[in-house]
Design a protein around this ligand. Structure first.
Ligand SMILES: [Zn+2]
Length: 282
């Protein structure tokens, strides 16, 4: 939100992160907006709540994120309330470096995994000079974004953090706005999906942010059965990994989901009135 609207009270507890904003103006449409930004091969998802609170999940692989944010944020808006990193790999984290340099960020949420790339070290260096809350996410945490908008964190689990595979220490969460829901899986692999599907987490969601750019082995049938999405969004671009894979798309369609892809459409914009999500043309 713009700096001049900023009047925030942040309470941080062991099991929940509350973020509450006093909206000083009345011209709001009451809608939740979720933008799957076209950042090429990577993820970057920007959320704006009905009161104007903002969250960015991942930043994509380059500084293209800055122009994409410029498409969806007013030029005078110099802050983002929460920035989250699903896992420390370059196609998710590199774009967060220019974001943290340009915008005032209140809180940074991450899965507690340590990256190995040069970009990760640069991100750490930039973060070291910033005054923002640093929150290690864990299953069971709830992040309040607005009066009626919150995200429940389903992963990572505490014991999972020792894995050498960064895709197994994944920030996975489900966004709720009244009766509408969207599950965000980052680069979850088959094992992450199976773990979730065999837990008693409430996975059923209107919209699925498809795991790992639509990779061949993710989007397992069991997981899709539990999520039962009407809409599946794949964030991908030109890549050498074969993302998204035809088998994954087939499984998504077999599960009853309409599949939409940023590599074909560019940025995909969803709005919700609290009952359902709709794809809108920008
Ligand atoms: Zn990725």
């Amino acid at each position: 939100m713009p700096f001049w609207k900023k009047a925030m009270l942040v309470l941080l507890g062991t099991a929940a992160v509350f973020i509450w904003s006093v909206a000083l103006e009345g011209q709001r449409d009451g809608l939740l907006k979720v933008y799957f930004l076209d950042v090429g091969q990577g993820d970057a998802i920007f959320i704006e709540t009905p009161s104007g609170n903002q969250m960015l999940i991942d930043g994509g692989p380059t500084d293209m994120i800055l122009s994409r944010l410029g498409d969806v944020m007013p030029y005078y808006d110099t802050s983002i309330d929460i920035v989250a990193l699903t896992h420390p790999q370059d196609d998710h984290l590199t774009g967060l470096i220019p974001v943290l340099k340009k915008y005032d960020v209140e809180m940074f949420i991450h899965p507690g995994a340590v990256g190995t790339s040069a970009s990760y070290r640069e991100l750490e260096r930039v973060m070291g000079g910033l005054d923002m809350k640093n929150v290690e996410a864990a299953a069971g945490m709830r992040i309040h974004l607005d009066d009626e908008v919150y995200m429940d964190i389903y992963a990572p689990y505490e014991k999972g953090r020792e894995s050498d595979n960064l895709n197994e220490i994944m920030l996975i969460g489900k966004l709720h706005f009244r009766d509408a829901s969207l599950i965000l899986t980052g680069d979850a692999e088959k094992i992450d999906e199976i773990n979730l599907a065999s837990s008693n987490a409430d996975l059923e969601s209107d919209v699925l942010k498809v795991s790992h750019h639509g990779s061949k082995n993710s989007s397992t049938a069991l997981f899709l059965e539990r999520v039962s999405p009407q809409l599946a969004i794949i964030s991908s671009g030109v890549n050498r990994y074969g993302h998204p894979h035809a088998d994954a798309i087939e499984r998504l369609r077999a599960a009853g989901a309409e599949v939409r892809r940023t590599d074909q459409e560019g940025t995909i914009t969803l709005v919700s009135d609290g009952n359902a999500f709709l794809v809108v043309r920008q």
